[in-house]
Design a protein around this ligand. Structure first.
Ligand SMILES: Nc1ncnc2c1ncn2[C@@H]1O[C@H](COP(=O)(O)OP(=O)(O)OP(=O)(O)O)[C@@H](O)[C@H]1O
Ligand SMILES: [Mg+2]
Length: 306
């Protein structure tokens, strides 16, 4: 059995009586990348904040590195790196100074901090920005600096709350590559994201949360297989409704979902489905591989929440 790095049992958080996380259970093993997905307000950041010791636990148990999160604050945090959802860099000092000052929280000797900062700036391709002040950085540079800062204490566990939100594809891919390298070097990663492709690319296992609860857990591949089958056929919904299309599909195994003017058919046998429903596909259809996004929308609904 691999070493368990985080273990949560009946983990619960209330803000002035409002339950944001409702008694969740999960375990993260050493060396894996574990993802938290879920719509806005699902409780992901609240969970991250409890794991990093920033937000007190209302009830339940939470251990990190086998230590009680409520008691061993200093010992846990020495081995932990955090990229919070919101950047909180100091705008009045330079990129390099942001790293050096952060190193002081961990009592890292100055000479060691300088060496690490230089190599982290190199790792995140920020060396030529080291003397720049924060307001002059682009969003992608600030995010890369947040990742560099989280690594200053050489953490074994890194928590990343939406590390790539708002970044362009180049910056996102660069961060993915670096996170992949960190994983290969044996670090444990915990990640929240709204990008399903990111989760499929990086996460060994993940949970989907909604309304403070965990709806499901598994590898991206297993979740796709379990909830949506291999292929999706999207058809324009006939004015008379889906009944006649569904009638045509008799004899093959499929599931369907209606959202707005689209009829979604989930099946392992898209070719036969398209053949049988050819007259309904005549005015246009889309056939594609099922993704984690289909699982997400199936479990959490397609309607806008806010
Ligand atoms: N400090 C707080 N005080 C009161 N309520 C809060 C506080 N922080 C979060 N909440 C509420 O708790 C719930 C969960 O919020 P949380 O930030 O954990 O969601 P999230 O899954 O991270 O969402 P997002 O994807 O938008 O970042 C929401 O209903 C939110 O309004
Ligand atoms: Mg959040």
């Amino acid at each position: 059995m691999p070493e368990v790095i985080i273990e949560a049992s009946a983990l619960h958080k209330e803000y002035s009586g409002f339950p944001a996380v409702k008694g969740i259970d999960f375990a993260v093993a050493k060396g894996e990348c574990f993802g938290f997905l879920g719509p806005n307000g699902a409780g992901k950041t609240t969970t991250m904040n409890m794991v990093q010791g920033y937000s007190p636990i209302t009830s339940g148990t939470l251990t990190v590195f086998g230590m009680d999160r409520r008691k061993d604050h200093r010992n846990i945090n020495a081995r932990l790196g955090v990229v919070p959802q919101e950047n909180n860099l100091d705008p009045d000092i330079t990129v390099l100074e942001n790293l050096l000052i952060y190193a002081r929280y961990f009592d890292i000797p100055k000479s060691v901090a300088r060496e690490r900062a230089a190599s982290l700036l190199d790792f995140m391709s920020l060396t030529d920005k080291k003397d720049e002040r924060i307001p002059k950085l682009s969003g992608g540079m600030k995010r890369r600096l947040m990742v560099a800062r989280a690594l200053i204490n050489e953490p074994e566990l890194i928590i990343l709350d939406e590390p790539t939100t708002g970044l362009d594809p180049q910056a996102r891919h660069m961060i993915w590559q670096r996170l992949g390298e960190l994983k290969s070097s044996g670090r444990t990663l915990v990640l929240t994201t709204h990008y399903m492709e990111e989760a499929e690319h990086l996460c060994d296992r993940l949970v989907i949360m909604d309304g403070g609860k965990i709806l499901t857990e598994g590898t991206p591949r297993k979740l796709i297989k379990k909830y949506v089958k291999g292929s999706v056929v999207e058809l324009a919904m006939p004015e008379s409704g889906p009944a006649r299309v569904l009638e045509c599909l008799k004899g093959i195994e499929f599931e369907h979902e209606v959202s707005g003017s689209v009829l979604y058919i989930y099946t392992e046998d898209a070719a036969t489905a398209l053949d049988k429903a050819a007259c309904f596909a005549a005015s246009g259809f889309r056939h594609r591989q099922a993704t984690l996004e289909d699982v997400f929308l199936k479990l959490t609904g397609r309607e806008l929440r806010e």
